[in-house]
Design a protein around this ligand. Structure first.
Ligand SMILES: Cc1cc2nc3c(=O)[nH]c(=O)nc-3n(C[C@H](O)[C@H](O)[C@H](O)COP(=O)(O)OP(=O)(O)OC[C@H]3O[C@@H](n4cnc5c(N)ncnc54)[C@H](O)[C@@H]3O)c2cc1C
Length: 778
């Protein structure tokens, strides 16, 4: 009886306090609000703009601990219109034929006729609506075009990508005045203007909001009249298309010291459109970014006067530049680098898969060695998942989303996985990948990867600061509400709002902790997926639901323990971001499997990608838990997240073997995996040669087996392949057609393993001098 009193009385008292809102607020919530205010990190207006920009999409579901899989599977599969498909099949195919990496490298630029083709065919206006003379393509179509170009010529891909990404056209579309739109958009769409966007300053790269470039509101003379304008001074570097731009999108901080606009003195970052023929604008010099020849260089100007209505959106948008940039960032970042990096990866996988089958050492195709199978499997699995994420994210943009956190996820993870793929391709190709020239298809990609890693939010920064940092605040169902309540100046409202968010949050944390523990103890077998999913992929949905609950719980405990310090604990934040990202990538891969009709032949690719992601996510969980500053929290977390230990293992060798075989085997799986890759039909181009060689080598394999069997049986003999084949033909082991097939395979194999050589002074520009040592067999 007395025991009952001991437990029941405090429990009833606590329940009474929690049930009576005013009491609960006064005794608990208001006190916690004061603590919250103390630990909440200060947020500058530029940080707030970055955090508030864009929309929360599937990332919000993953943060909820209970992703609604039916919602994911109901998303429409992105498709192309007939016009978009025709543009890919004709204009894009033709541009690929006209421009390649090696020639543009030798020339230091794309040839003038290629530039003209790009402008005339509307490549620079893919995202500009038809009413302004553009193509009005979907984000998915835009992505397909950039991806295809990236399988062929990085200069062409970047030149097309930049004007269609964050830059003048996108900013004008969203914020331009009608007059600005009517003047510039048709000119941009037709290629009459070459745009660039200049934000980066030598002193402000990652910390772009700190640009020292400045504009002063002042009076000045413009076309013979005194007008209100801006005197702008800037020093920018790394600006893509800058050296050839006719229209400079310029970001600078605007000040109004004399109060001429009637507002604040420091107005903030402002974006203007400046024709580059304006006296005082310096452009033309070039950087040389890792041998890439897309146009990139510095621009500067000192006290250059321009009218006020050159501000994008006119004077009313003075000081709104940072918000504009952050709001537009999601779309461009979701498309440009994910698409170009998937393109590079497709080229690497298609070409290297073929090479690994064609190249033999120790009388065996190198792709059949276990040591090579490992990177081949990684290449196939990574590409399957990267492409899935690219397509799903482009689809989100077409649905009207501006998924800012997701854009950071795909930018970071697709470029990092491409780096892995290209490195693997280099290792597999050995010296063939190292010696540059027209017969090397991977060396230029190897040089270009660091550019993708660095631009549009350098990767270390994106992983350490942005993905979880922004994700936690934006996607969390309660955190932003608590922060907004804490900032509320009306104290009564603050108390009410905070109380509501706080107790919702408490229930959320407890529910996720309990569910994570239950799913950990039961191996997630009883998780209801709640959607009609492929039976052979059902377990993956269950596991991801477990990850989602465990992640939400871990994130909350980490935020509770670390508070504002989490912002500085970048290693913890990065690993939390990794878990969120891996769940996103896995969702995309599962969606792809469904959208592509649950094709059983592709299943090993899905399996590899998901097992790898689960294993990596487990390591990221472990990294957060074992480095948690609170040992008590670490103890609790480990018991809730991994109550029975760590169950996930890396993809098995057997699975890796299956995936590697798919990568080196011509056929539908390889074609689907590398769909959209430009495939030159000519055998005097390296990829065309490789395709032909692969086909010929595969066709010759059974014939070779027959010859070897006859040799082992003592039926025929020969000193080398040719004499052995001749003997086999003479003995009737093979017929004349088979002999011809063996010879063709050998000739093509000989061609693809060759590398280029040059005169001693490496005079690459002399066309006659960089012809490969041997020509392709007929
Ligand atoms: C080829 C090329 C094309 C470009 N095109 C354009 C363009 O068209 N327009 C334009 O305006 N800019 C352009 N840029 C600039 C690009 O956006 C910047 O290079 C990028 O923002 C990084 O700045 P940074 O190079 O000065 O590196 P830094 O800012 O000096 O960063 C160096 C390293 O520190 C890391 N880092 C920085 N802060 C943190 C942090 N808080 N936590 C963890 N790590 C951190 C970064 O991730 C990076 O690894 C281009 C750059 C290149 C190389």
């Amino acid at each position: 009886m007395s025991l009952l009193y001991i437990f029941a009385i405090p429990a009833l008292a606590a329940a009474a306090v929690l049930a009576v809102a005013p009491l609960r607020r006064r005794l608990i919530s208001d006190r916690l609000l004061r603590v919250f205010l103390g630990v909440m990190p200060p947020m500058s207006p530029t940080e707030a703009d970055a955090i508030n920009a864009g929309t929360v999409w599937w990332d919000g579901e993953l943060f909820s601990g209970r992703p609604d899989w039916a919602k994911l599977l109901a998303l429409p599969k992105p498709t192309l219109t007939a016009e978009e498909q025709a543009f890919l099949d004709n204009e894009t195919e033709e541009l690929c034929r006209l421009a390649n990496d090696w020639e543009t490298y030798v020339l230091g630029d794309m040839p003038p006729q290629v530039w003209q083709f790009i402008k005339d065919k509307g490549f620079l206006g893919l995202i500009i609506p038809k009413q302004y003379g553009g193509k009005g393509f979907s984000a998915y179509a835009h992505s397909q075009v950039v991806m295809k170009l990236s399988t062929r010529c990085s200069a062409a891909a970047v030149t097309v990508m930049v004007p269609n990404s964050l830059g003048p056209a996108e900013l004008l579309l969203h914020y331009g005045t009608e007059e600005q739109k009517r003047h510039y958009l048709p000119r941009l769409a037709k290629g009459l203007e070459i745009p660039c966007f200049a934000l980066t300053n030598p002193n402000a790269g990652s910390d772009a909001a700190a640009i020292p470039d400045r504009g002063i509101v002042c009076r000045g003379t413009w076309e013979g009249r005194e007008v209100l304008g801006l005197r702008v001074t800037w020093d920018k570097r790394y600006i893509t298309l800058g050296p050839v731009a006719t229209l400079l999108g310029l970001a600078f901080r605007l000040y109004d010291p004399d109060g001429l606009l009637g507002g604040a003195r420091d107005l903030g970052i402002t974006c203007a459109l400046v024709p580059t023929d304006l006296p005082g604008v310096n452009i033309g010099r070039r950087h040389f970014p890792l041998n890439a020849v897309f146009q990139n260089g510095p621009t500067s100007g000192t006290d250059v006067f321009m009218p006020l209505d050159w501000i994008i959106g006119g004077p009313r948008m003075a000081g709104q530049g940072w918000r504009m940039l952050m709001e537009c960032l999601a779309a461009g970042r979701s498309i440009s680098l994910p698409s170009s990096n998937v393109g590079m990866a497709k080229l690497a996988v298609r070409g290297t898969g073929a090479y690994a089958r064609v190249r033999t050492q120790f009388r065996t195709p190198i792709g059949r060695f276990e040591g090579i199978e490992e990177p081949l499997a990684r290449m196939g699995g990574n590409l399957y998942m990267m492409d899935a994420a690219r397509v799903m994210t482009a689809g989100a943009i077409d649905l009207g989303e501006k998924p800012s956190v997701v854009s950071g996820i795909v930018k970071y993870h697709v470029t990092e996985r491409n780096r892995q793929i290209v490195n693997d391709a280099m290792d597999i190709q050995g010296g063939k990948g190292i010696c540059l020239g027209p017969n090397n298809f991977i060396g230029r990609a190897y040089q270009q990867v660091p550019v993708s890693i660095t631009v549009e939010g350098a990767n270390i920064l994106t992983r350490s600061l942005i993905i979880f940092g922004q994700g936690a605040i934006r996607c969390h169902p309660y955190l932003l509400k608590e922060m907004l309540a804490a900032r509320e100046t009306d104290r009564a409202k603050a108390s009410r709002d905070f109380d509501r968010a706080l107790w919702g949050h408490v229930r959320f944390v407890l529910a996720n902790g309990a569910r994570a523990l239950a799913m950990g103890l039961t191996g997630s077998h009883w998780v209801r997926v709640g959607a009609d999913v492929a039976p052979d992929a059902r377990r993956y949905y269950q596991q991801l639901t477990r990850f989602s609950a465990a992640f939400a719980f871990l994130a909350d405990v980490s935020m509770l323990v670390l508070g504002g310090d989490l912002k500085r604990r970048e290693k913890i934040s990065a690993r939390l971001g990794d878990i969120l990202s891996l769940m996103y990538l896995s969702s995309a891969a599962l969606k792809r499997y469904e959208d592509e009709g649950r094709t059983a032949a592709d299943k090993p690719l899905l399996d590899w990608a998901i097992w790898d992601a689960m294993f990596r996510a487990q390591n990221a969980f472990e990294g957060v838990i074992s480095n948690h500053p609170s040992r008590a929290a670490a103890w609790l977390l480990r018991r809730i997240v991994f109550p029975l230990g760590r169950p996930y293992v890396a993809p098995s060798d057997r699975l890796g073997h299956t995936v590697a075989r798919l990568v080196i085997e011509p056929g539908a799986v390889r074609d689907r995996l590398t769909a959209g890759c430009y495939l030159p039909r000519q055998e005097n181009e390296i990829l065309g040669k490789l395709e032909a060689a692969l086909e010929a080598v595969v066709a010759a394999e059974p014939i070779e087996h027959k010859v070897r069997a006859a040799q082992r049986a003592g039926q025929i003999a020969g000193e080398d392949d040719e004499s052995l084949w001749a003997a086999a033909a003479a003995a009737g082991v093979i017929d004349a057609a088979e002999l011809a097939r063996l010879r063709r395979a050998a000739a093509l194999r000989d061609e693809v393993i060759r590398v280029d050589d040059f005169p001693p002074d490496l005079a690459l520009a002399a066309p006659s001098r960089h012809v490969p040592a041997r020509r392709v067999a007929a």
